[in-house]
Design a protein around this ligand. Structure first.
Ligand code: PHE
Length: 347
């Protein structure tokens, strides 16, 4: 037993060889000490069963401790050699990995989805319409009198050739297409791109998104309009949000009203986003004009409805205090990534 303990003490000395060993020497040391057949330490461990119980316990404990020390030292040296090889080859294996580029939805897209999801909770479904429209759907059916100045306010991109086609200036033509295809009750939201010959400046873009809503049924009143839109605003901007309606004009609604909400950035106390007023205008709305219902062969004596249209880019700006609409189009990842959600992932 003494011999075995002495042998262990001697073996322990050899631990010191490990930190200096090169790769070959390391393999040799492994075999010499822990080798399955002739390893010096293995031999001691193999001899254990032949010892007296007391001796077996003492030598066994010492031998196993030493075995673990050798294993740890060998593994550490192996790792060290590997890292060193990487650095020599110009690769730093300890450098953190690069996160994968996952992309994400654009802030305006996310805002549109959110707007629609809230309306879906109260029974609105989604309607779609084309971006290239006829003058009839874009203006005429919506009760714009021919050559009325309201048409000039939506200066349009006309397509060349016959037919009077243009890029839609708003999503309201989808109201007409919906009412032509479906009888009341109607409850839809529609969203998509619209085009106007506007300058590209901090608050205008010649191409922009709109979200449109339309409700037609028996007995729909202005109270329904106010209640629905105010409820939506509180769901979207937060429960403390207040709304206010002011008279407006659209040929296709009567009466018409713009809706303002308390500024989401300052809570109504006044800041640059709301131009110190505490309020932000976010949508146009009104009761569907009887002439529009009649254009779609819906009996305006029996049915009434309300409609609204909003610009999700402006809403996103109001919510986040974004000062310039052009930021949405520049594809600057430093800007966009600020709004990437956890699921979409920032780059
Ligand atoms: N279409 C109008 C616009 O683009 C907004 C609107 C929609 C107003 C529906 C009333 C009802 O300005």
């Amino acid at each position: 037993m003494r011999d075995l303990l002495a042998a262990l003490t001697e073996l322990r000395e050899r631990l010191q060889e490990i930190p200096q060993a090169d790769e070959r020497r390391l393999q040799d040391l492994k075999t010499e000490i822990l080798g399955r057949k002739a390893g010096a330490l293995t031999k001691i461990l193999v001899a254990l069963p032949g010892l007296e119980p007391a001796a077996r316990k003492q030598v066994g404990a010492a031998a196993n401790t030493l075995k673990r020390e050798f294993e740890a030292a060998l593994a550490a040296r192996e790792r060290g050699l590997k890292d060193a090889a990487g650095v020599a080859a110009g690769v730093d294996l300890k450098m953190p990995g690069r996160a994968r580029w996952r992309g994400g939805l654009h802030l305006v897209t996310r805002v549109m989805d959110e707007i629609c999801a809230i309306f879906r909770e109260i029974g609105f479904t989604r309607a779609v319409g084309p971006e290239v429209e006829t003058e009839w759907y874009n203006f005429g059916a919506l009760n714009f009198p021919k050559d009325h100045p309201a048409i000039d306010a939506q200066d349009s991109f006309y397509l060349e050739g016959e037919g009077g086609y243009l890029l839609r200036t708003h999503t309201s033509p989808v109201q007409i297409r919906t009412m032509e295809q479906h009888r009341p009750p109607i409850r839809v939201v529609s969203l998509g791109q619209c085009y106007r010959r506007d300058p590209f400046d901090p608050s205008h873009s010649p191409v922009f998104e709109q979200v449109e809503g339309l409700v037609v049924d028996e007995g729909v009143t202005f109270v329904d309009l106010k209640a629905t839109l105010s409820w939506w605003a509180r769901r979207f901007f937060g429960p403390a949000t207040r709304t206010r309606f002011s008279p407006s004009y659209f040929p296709f609604t009567e009466p018409s009203a713009d809706m303002q909400v308390t500024c989401a950035v300052c809570g109504g106390s006044g800041c640059p986003t709301c131009k110190q007023t505490g309020w932000i205008e976010i949508l146009g709305s009104g009761m569907v004009h009887p002439a529009v219902l009649e254009n779609c062969k819906i009996d305006s004596e029996r049915y009434s409805g309300f409609a609204f249209g909003m610009g999700p880019a402006r809403i996103a700006m109001a919510r986040h205090g974004i000062p310039d609409i052009r930021l949405f189009f520049e594809s600057d990842v430093r800007f966009l990534a600020q709004f990437a959600d956890a699921a979409g992932g920032a780059p």
